[in-house]
Design a binder for this molecule. Structure first.
Ligand code: GLC
Ligand code: CA
Length: 543
């Protein structure tokens, strides 16, 4: 595969609302991010992916954009955005923007116009249908509340489509004017010196609502090819699609370089290993931890040298990984480090979500008024109204899977409000900030933070981490993930016990070795007979 500027990079996702408040209003902002660039430099990351900072009424915390070319006043100004790009660049850090173009806010000027009349020039920017026998055009459901995806507009007598909240009307990508307006906006940001785009629910832009096709519509890939040609194609930018529907074969359609679409898509199926195939994500079953190995292995094999994996375990939509896949009490540190070693030594580009590098955990709420996330609130109301769950059961579900778990403020130190703000934050801070915080992590040489720092460094020091061929090691326990990475005569062996149980490991061909990196103090490791401790993980350079 062609070499790219980001091959040895690591991306760090910032959820601006919760990263750092600079002016004491309880809401994170751009100046706050700028003030923490030293920290990011110390961690060693190369790229920031900024969740949306555009003007928005915050129905869905910025994923409902009212103006793509203005900054949300709560976050700061365009000048501060430019300063962030500049000051990051001075530290060798690039900035990737979130591109939310499946839908806009209903407060976007396009929609305000579109609503005015059926013959308004912007009407066709959105998807309008006449009622059928006085009802919705069909039974398509919206993602966030399971209600209809069609909202009736009294004034003009038609329904508009919204796959998320009704304040997030879907754009009509079949309209060339929409596509051109989006490309123009993208070029505006490219000219500001950004390094790429993370594309929100991009698998939905080719939808055919009349045929009830939501993802992977017939023209999806045509639109992405057109976007590539008209915006980032010649600029060598980093593009990553959020495509929940993409299995490894679909992923290749987006990402094979010769297709001229995107560089990579997120692999997100791992987050569903505790879910039922046909139920709401909030109803969980016992986690199938061996599924992690099966999934990541499958993607490694399929993408291999054809295109790039996006290595991710956390983001602003998912629970915290130590809580979901590790152990947030007895083995919090060991399991957080294990998950990092297991994931970031794979082939692909690593993404770290703010707080993951210090092992932040889920945050439990005790009543619905403590919840901000729209999706969780809708779920709660639905299951209470239908009598399906008691209040406590509904909260238990939300505490496991709700999106607020990852959105609580960044825990910087043990002062009131965790160093995030001087005022009560917009969303309560996790009470464990007094022990789990950046200050504590930086002072402890064995902290999770330094495992991340070392992993990032290894990437720069050992080409095998970036370019090495991937091979699954067979003949190990199904709940132990072991693989090798080989490049120009150098072989790295990665072993991760995914569980709390001890596990036997026997790889006689490797014999006695020492670890480059591990989550337990290690002397010489005898790989012909090794008993792995709970969540034990290590990287060895085979000698
Ligand atoms: C994506 C975002 C999520 C948002 C949704 C609608 O899944 O990551 O936060 O709510 O799209 O824009
Ligand atoms: Ca602020």
């Amino acid at each position: 595969m062609e070499k790219k500027w980001w091959d040895a990079s690591v991306v760090y996702q910032i959820y601006p609302r919760s990263f750092q408040d600079s002016n004491g209003d309880g809401i994170g902002d751009l100046k706050g991010i700028i003030s923490r660039l030293d920290y990011l430099e110390k961690l060693g990351i190369d790229v920031i992916w900024l969740s949306p900072v555009y003007k928005s009424p915050n129905e869905d915390n910025g994923y409902d954009v009212a103006d793509y070319q203005q900054i949300m006043p709560e976050f700061g100004t365009m000048q501060e955005m430019e300063e962030l790009i500049k000051k990051s660049a001075q530290r060798g850090i690039k900035v990737v923007m979130d591109l939310v173009v499946n839908h806009t806010s209903d407060e976007h000027a396009w929609f305000v116009e579109a609503k005015k009349s059926k013959d308004n020039p912007y009407r066709d920017f959105y998807i309008w249908r006449d009622p059928v026998a006085g009802h919705e055009p069909n039974d398509l459901k919206a993602g966030f509340d399971g209600g209809s995806a069609w909202e009736f507009d009294e004034a003009t007598g038609q329904y508009y489509l919204h796959f998320f909240s009704k304040k997030q009307p879907d754009l009509n990508w079949e309209n060339k004017k929409v596509r051109d307006a989006v490309y123009e906006m993208m070029n505006f940001w490219i000219d500001k010196g950004i390094a790429g785009f993370r594309m929100d629910v991009i698998d939905m832009i080719g939808k055919k609502p009349d045929e009830k096709i939501i993802v992977n519509g017939p023209h999806l890939h045509d639109y992405l090819k057109e976007m590539h040609a008209k915006t980032f194609g010649k600029k060598d930018l980093l593009t990553v699609g959020e495509a929940w529907s993409a299995n490894e074969h679909e992923a290749l359609k987006y990402t094979k370089p010769e297709n001229k679409e995107l560089n990579m898509v997120f692999q997100l199926f791992f987050s569903q290993l505790d879910q039922f195939p046909d139920k709401d994500k909030f109803f969980t079953k016992k986690l199938n931890i061996a599924g992690i190995k099966e999934l990541f292995n499958r993607w490694q094999m399929a993408l291999n040298d054809k295109s790039c994996n996006a290595l991710v375990l956390e983001n602003h939509d998912l629970p915290r990984t130590v809580s979901q896949f590790g152990d947030e009490t007895t083995y919090r540190i060991e399991s957080a480090k294990m998950l990092a070693i297991m994931l970031y030594m794979l082939k692909g580009l690593p993404y770290i979500y703010q707080g993951q590098e210090i092992g932040m955990t889920n945050h439990r709420v005790t009543s619905v008024d403590q919840i901000d996330d729209l999706e969780s609130i809708n779920f709660y109301q639905k299951v209470i109204a239908s009598g399906q769950l008691t209040k406590q059961e509904a909260l238990d579900c939300i505490n496991k899977k709700g999106r607020d778990n990852a959105r609580t403020p960044m825990q910087w130190d043990d002062s009131l409000y965790g160093g995030f703000s001087t005022k009560k934050p917009w969303l309560a801070i996790n009470p464990n900030y007094q022990t789990i915080n950046v200050k504590e992590a930086l002072e402890d040489e064995n902290s999770i933070f330094y495992t991340y720092q070392k992993l990032i460094r290894l990437r720069k020091e050992k080409p095998a981490v970036v370019y090495g061929d991937y091979h699954l090691v067979l003949d190990v326990d199904p709940e132990v993930y072991a693989y090798t990475r080989t490049y120009q005569g150098q072989t790295l062996l990665v072993v991760a016990n995914l569980t709390k149980q001890t596990k036997e490991l026997s790889l006689p061909k490797y014999g006695l070795q020492t670890a480059l990196l591990s989550n337990y103090a290690q002397g010489v490791i005898d790989l012909s007979h090794k008993v792995l401790k709970p969540y034990e993980a290590f990287v060895i350079e085979i000698k």
